[in-house]
Design a protein around this ligand. Structure first.
Ligand code: SF4
Ligand code: SF4
Length: 128
């Protein structure tokens, strides 16, 4: 079984927490966040969330996620998509995704090359 460190080691650059929007949250993400913050949902919604129709995201402040301050300040309460990043399974089926994700995340071991990366990533996911 491959270790995560063979394919990815976070460099702590914070790039993935910056931008004009954040990942979208699902129901479980919101429940986890509310529980972690120990605040009523209405308060979490007002202080931290940006809701547009069915899309729930975290607010952006000064160009980054409201929870970013020299790293993620809500690690145990962060959305699953944040936990998964950058090891998105779509990498396994689309080399263009590997290239795009490698470009935006300095922690991806892109020097492995696409085939070797996928072999190790599949192994890591227990799919091989
Ligand atoms: S972009 Fe990649 S290396 Fe940088 S903080 Fe995010 S996960 Fe870590
Ligand atoms: S919740 Fe944490 S990991 Fe996710 S974007 Fe915000 S600061 Fe980054």
């Amino acid at each position: 079984m491959s270790e995560q460190s063979e394919i990815f080691v976070c460099q702590g650059c914070g790039h993935c927490c910056h931008g004009k929007a954040t990942v979208s949250l699902d129901k479980a993400d919101i429940e986890r966040m509310v529980s972690f913050l120990k605040l009523p949902f209405e308060q979490v919604k007002e202080k931290y969330l940006r809701i547009s129709g069915a899309i729930v995201q975290m607010k952006i402040v000064d160009g980054h996620c409201i929870f970013y301050k020299d790293g993620c300040t809500i690690h145990p309460g962060k959305p699953w998509r944040c936990s998964e990043w950058p090891l998105h399974p779509s990498i396994l089926t689309d080399e263009a995704n590997f290239s795009a994700i490698s470009e935006s995340c300095a922690g991806i071991k892109k020097d492995l090359g696409y085939e070797e990366f996928c072999r190790k990533f599949s192994d890591y996911l227990g799919k091989s």
